[in-house]
Design a protein around this ligand. Structure first.
Ligand code: NOJ
Length: 557
């Protein structure tokens, strides 16, 4: 199979829902499944054909559902299994497939397996998790948790440490144990037999741990540990087993969150010969504005570097594996605040960023609110944050390590905190943006009176309608899905221009990433091309690019 072999999941556009913040139907301040049901017509109008639901399983919510205590129950706050069945049925009726989040690198410490496991060293579930003796009275090695501190937690009861790459309430499962793997596969089949259409696999690149548990570089913290622990020795063997035993029996969309993934690894995870998954999320392009030595440090984005990385993945996977395309998700700040201009050019720059991404090869993911150009939140102080990563980060950087002042850290959090993308969806300009009649679990962005779905649905030139058009274009033109990508003017620091080619058709995509007016003559070959989409209302394309201007020209040879 090669990249032009047709598959429904290559032609899909996925919409990610973070249920807690999407729509609250019962006034408890927390989004729920009935709320999502209410909004199916909205999703249909946008034109997406897959929904990925962030976790909806039973959870004590230490990490908002990414800590699961029962894989076969719906979180009480979100509703019941009947609500889920109804959601699934109504999505299917609307032509929307439903993809679940699969979080199986770890469970909650309140999962029955872990409750048993920690009871004593001979418990049959002991080996479901990763327990080690102390080394010289300390943690077994220097691996750090992604949310700060050591990745090992000492458990008094049995005198051993357990491994947790995330919070201490998220113990890592031991994938070396065949019973664990089979229990996970059974649970997956249970959901697939209900009719769900696939899985987004949380940090799947971390499931296989090198059994030597050697120290990494000194002072490993946060995600840097994953450079040591990602893509472990048996990860591909495990995923191939999962494919054989489960995935191959259904027609699914599967996407692996491949933290620490390299191009070579991605070719294995998402190989076109379909041994493992359909596609992988890689994060290289969203780490470019981060300081490599300090997760909370800020660095300006270098467009030349961004183009280099995007191109590396576009070209590197061509014909060998399939890309997934995203600027944002529930772990990233808002796209328009990060890469665009969330003030005077908010709409234009959001449309430019959408054009740049949606014209590439791969399956695009739209994160809730992105289609409205929702922005980062003007957080005032620490008490407004809910995300444990942001809160732990503050305590570690300001109080324990004293590497940043409180104001410096708040500045960083306003730019980088995951809570920026977790504020409630802005439906209209009524109280709480129409999200809830109660008190929302996290503050609503005060700009909802201006930025909201109702206003944009009424206005033909809104960001919502622009996304709708991009999604329609993808359905109409095979070249957008399957065409070959080529970068133009790689060293231009302001403009991202590239082409796509399929049979006798070509596309030219030009995006001004700055607020300046720039000279950018239309390449000769495209002068008489037809404009598929552009983000300025008059639709005139010239040899000058206006601030954040983007256009797509189509020619037939
Ligand atoms: C990645 C998820 O996207 C993130 O939200 C979560 O905190 C970690 N994995 C742990 O599950």
């Amino acid at each position: 199979m090669n990249s032009t072999e047709k598959k429904w999941w290559k032609e899909a556009v996925v919409y990610q829902i973070y249920p807690r913040s999407f729509m609250d139907s019962n006034g408890d301040g927390i989004g729920d499944l009935k709320g999502i049901i209410e909004k199916i017509p909205y999703l249909k109008e946008l034109g997406v054909n897959v929904v990925w639901l962030s976790p909806i399983y039973q959870s004590p919510n230490d990490d908002n559902g990414y800590d699961i205590s029962d894989y076969r129950r719906i979180m009480d706050e979100f509703g019941t299994m009947d609500d889920f069945q109804q959601l699934l049925m109504l999505c299917h009726e609307a032509g929307i497939r439903l993809v679940m989040d699969l979080v199986v690198n770890h469970t909650s410490d309140e999962h029955a397996w872990f409750v048993e496991s920690r009871k004593d060293r001979t418990n049959p579930y002991r080996d479901y998790y990763i327990w080690r003796d102390p080394a010289d009275g300390k943690a077994p090695n220097n691996w750090g948790s992604c949310f700060g501190g050591s990745a090992w937690q000492f458990d008094e009861q049995t005198g051993q440490y357990y491994l947790h790459f995330f919070s201490k309430k998220q113990p890592d499962l031991n994938w070396e144990n065949e019973n664990v793997r089979n229990a996970v596969y059974d649970m997956m089949k249970w959901w697939l037999d209900k009719g769900v259409d696939g899985f987004r696999m949380d940090v799947i690149s971390l499931i296989s741990k090198d059994q030597e548990f050697k120290d990494g570089e000194p002072e490993l913290t946060g995600y840097s540990s994953f450079n040591v622990c990602a893509n472990g020795p048996r990860v591909h063997e495990f995923l191939q087993e999962m494919r054989r035993k489960v995935l191959s029996k259904y027609d699914l969309l599967t996407v692996g969150e491949c933290t620490g993934g390299t191009l070579e690894e991605a070719k294995k995870y998402a190989s076109s010969d379909e041994k493992e998954l359909n596609m992988a999320f890689q994060f290289e392009h969203v780490t470019l504005d981060a300081d490599t030595n300090n997760k909370w440090g800020l660095k300006p984005l270098n467009l030349v570097k961004l183009k280099e990385i995007m191109t590396k993945w576009q070209v590197g996977l061509e014909g060998k594996a399939w890309n997934s395309l995203f600027w944002c998700n529930h772990d990233q700040p808002r796209m328009v605040s990060r890469l665009g201009n969330d003030r005077e050019y908010r709409e234009i720059s959001a449309k430019m960023l959408a054009t740049c991404l949606h014209m590439m090869q791969g399956t695009p993911y739209v994160y809730q609110g992105e289609e409205l150009a929702m922005t980062n939140m003007p957080f005032q102080d620490l008490s407004e944050f809910r995300d444990l990563d942001s809160i732990n980060g503050y305590h570690e950087m300001v109080e324990v390590k004293k590497l940043m002042t409180s104001e410096e850290m708040l500045t960083s959090l306003r730019k980088k905190s995951r809570d920026n993308s977790r504020t409630p969806m802005q439906w209209d300009d009524s109280t709480n943006a129409g999200f809830s009649t109660g008190t929302p679990w996290i503050k609503v962005n005060p700009n909802y009176t201006e930025i909201n779905a109702r206003e944009q649905l009424q206005r033909p030139d809104s960001v919502f309608h622009y996304y709708q058009k991009l999604i329609q274009l993808r359905k109409q033109h095979e070249i957008i899905v399957y065409g070959k990508y080529e970068l133009l003017d790689g060293t231009n620091p302001d403009v991202y221009a590239y082409t796509r080619a399929l049979d006798n058709e070509k596309l030219l995509i030009v995006c001004n990433f700055t607020s300046k007016e720039l000279d950018y003559p239309i390449p000769e070959m495209y002068k008489d091309g037809s404009c598929l989409i552009s983000n300025y209302p008059d639709n005139t394309i010239g040899n000058k690019l206006r601030p954040y201007e983007a256009y797509v020209l189509h020619i037939e040879l």
